[in-house]
Design a protein around this ligand. Structure first.
Ligand code: FES
Ligand code: FES
Length: 166
């Protein structure tokens, strides 16, 4: 027997019929045809499937679709609407932080979650925040550099905006 769940994905509201054991990654990819979140290990180890659920990075292969009932889910495709997401996307390009791109949607979502909490992360904090996201191409340093650069840009523009308000 299935359940109807109501979930907002990248700003669009959907009602979908899901089996109790259907995973969020399957609901996104198979029911909604949203293919930004990738499937890698399907066991919570690689981070290719990470999305934001109510602002926090979650592994969608370890999350049941029913857990997303009433939630706001953002995938990498929806990050263009988010200032942190846009800054990260541009920093990833600038620092060559992607090669094949398989890990990138999950990396970006995990990095957005980090920058929500901390706009001045050091290398160690970035590596800790992204340790659930594997990349077989870049060697990670370019990703760390990109996240640091995006954080710097965001905190400078915030300081600038606050200075303008004073
Ligand atoms: S596919 Fe979800 S963590 Fe690897
Ligand atoms: S860019 Fe290929 S896995 Fe990260």
């Amino acid at each position: 027997m299935g359940f109807d769940i109501s979930v907002s994905v990248d700003g669009q509201q959907h009602v979908i019929d899901v089996e109790p054991r259907l995973l969020l990654i399957q609901a996104l990819r198979e029911k909604l045809k949203i293919t930004g979140p990738h499937i890698g290990c399907e066991s919570g180890r690689c981070g290719a499937c990470v999305v934001l659920m109510n602002g926090h990075a979650v592994k969608s292969c370890m999350t049941l679709a029913v857990q997303a009932d009433g939630a706001k889910v953002i995938t990498a495709a929806g990050l263009a609407e988010d200032k942190r997401g846009r800054e990260l996307q541009s920093a990833f390009h600038k620092h060559h932080a992607l090669q094949c791109g398989y890990c990138t949607p999950g990396m970006l979502c995990a990095a957005v979650d980090l920058l929500e909490e901390n706009l001045d992360p050091d290398d160690h904090e970035i590596r800790e925040a992204l340790r659930g996201n594997l990349c077989r191409c870049t060697g990670y340093q370019h990703i760390v550099d990109a996240v640091k650069d995006a954080a710097h840009e965001l905190s400078s523009s915030r300081a600038h905006a606050e200075g303008g308000e004073a």
